[in-house]
Design a protein around this ligand. Structure first.
Ligand code: ZN
Length: 348
């Protein structure tokens, strides 16, 4: 018994102590003298009790150990969700902050705990929109409507991109399933930076901030910074996910980024063409005299003269070292054309 007690106490947990007391009590009953048993039966029974209690203790210890481990994992997850996947990267500034992270070719994401951030009509889908790639799903709401967290997680970014810019007021949550969700165009925040949140917990108030025309929620999903189509995960109409998990495929996400880059290039080309055609149009909108002065400024070789009282073509030609016929040719006039005061003549 002494050996058993020392073994049990060595476990140093309350369940083990309870079991030890039970064993001690059972042992006392066997020897109480009121109901004497033959020695060999007593020994067998004692041995059986020992075995049974050992198994029991082992099971209890395993249960406690796994419960403690679960708590430990939850605590670590609360510190930094999906930290291993994100290779310790965590910042409060940038949505796409993971250029150094190793992105797996595919990854199965558990989406069982999803809660719809806001139940409203979809007003714009994920994909190319007005020559831009739209990385989220837009959900109609009224300013001040409550937006909730899609999964358990932690607030990584709580920021305002400013008036008419990008997301406006927005929140980025990192979730332990590896996803990050972004909530844009908000009017107010209900959570702090670095705060842990639960799925379905109110995190913000909907709005119309940033580059937004009309109040709505811009809801975006990303995995290691790569775009994920929320409408492939969520059945917004029925406010649930299509499946218990979602398979992230790197090549697909890369195609979204590629499409976006191509759109950006096209935009740049369009912008450049517009500017090219815009420049002469802008110049031609100047009055002829202003245009001529602009030409003088842009090209020092050109000489112009504004006609003053008493000027003659001959005097002007002499002043600029040219001839009357050249002046006439340059300005589309004849030697007999009456010079109006204030008229600008090209002289060279
Ligand atoms: Zn949007």
């Amino acid at each position: 018994m002494k050996q058993l007690f020392s073994m049990l106490f060595a476990k140093k947990n309350s369940v083990a102590l309870c079991v030890a007391l039970f064993v001690a009590n059972a042992h006392a009953n066997i020897n109480d003298g009121n109901n004497p048993m033959p020695v060999d039966v007593k020994i067998i029974r004692e041995e059986l009790n020992l075995v049974a209690n050992k198994v029991k203790i082992k099971e209890q210890t395993l249960l406690i150990d796994s419960a403690l481990l679960k708590l430990e994992i939850e605590r670590e997850e609360a510190m930094l969700p999906a930290d291993e996947l994100y290779d310790g990267e965590w910042n409060n500034e940038f949505v796409r902050a993971y250029s150094n992270c190793q992105i797996p070719d595919s990854f199965r994401i558990d989406v069982t705990s999803f809660v719809n951030p806001f139940n409203g009509k979809i007003t714009s889908h994920f994909g190319i929109r007005r020559r831009r790639f739209h990385y989220g799903t837009d959900i109609k709401l009224q300013i001040g409507d409550t937006v909730v967290a899609a999964f358990d997680g932690k607030v990584r970014i709580r920021k305002d991109q400013g008036r008419r810019k990008g997301y406006g007021k927005y929140i980025v949550l990192r979730h332990s399933n590896g996803l990050e969700t972004i909530y844009g165009h908000l009017s107010g925040y209900l959570v702090d930076l670095e705060e842990n949140v639960k799925a379905g917990q109110p995190i913000a108030l909907g709005g119309n901030t940033g580059r937004s025309s009309g109040s709505h929620l811009h809801f975006e999903c990303r995995f290691l910074g790569m775009p994920v189509n929320p409408e492939e995960i969520v059945d917004f109409e029925n406010e649930c996910t299509f499946d218990e998990s979602y398979l992230f495929v790197k090549s697909k996400a890369q195609r979204y980024n590629y499409a976006s880059a191509r759109q950006a290039q096209r935009r740049q080309r369009l912008h450049a063409t517009k500017q090219k055609t815009a420049t002469p149009a802008a110049k031609s909108s100047y009055s002829p005299s202003t245009k001529k002065y602009l030409d003088i400024i842009s090209d020092g070789k050109l000489h112009y003269h504004r006609v003053k009282n008493g000027d003659t073509l001959g005097a002007i030609a002499a002043k600029y070292g040219t001839t009357v016929s050249k002046l006439c040719k340059l300005n589309g006039i004849t030697s007999t054309t009456k010079l109006k005061i204030g008229k600008v003549l090209r002289c060279s």
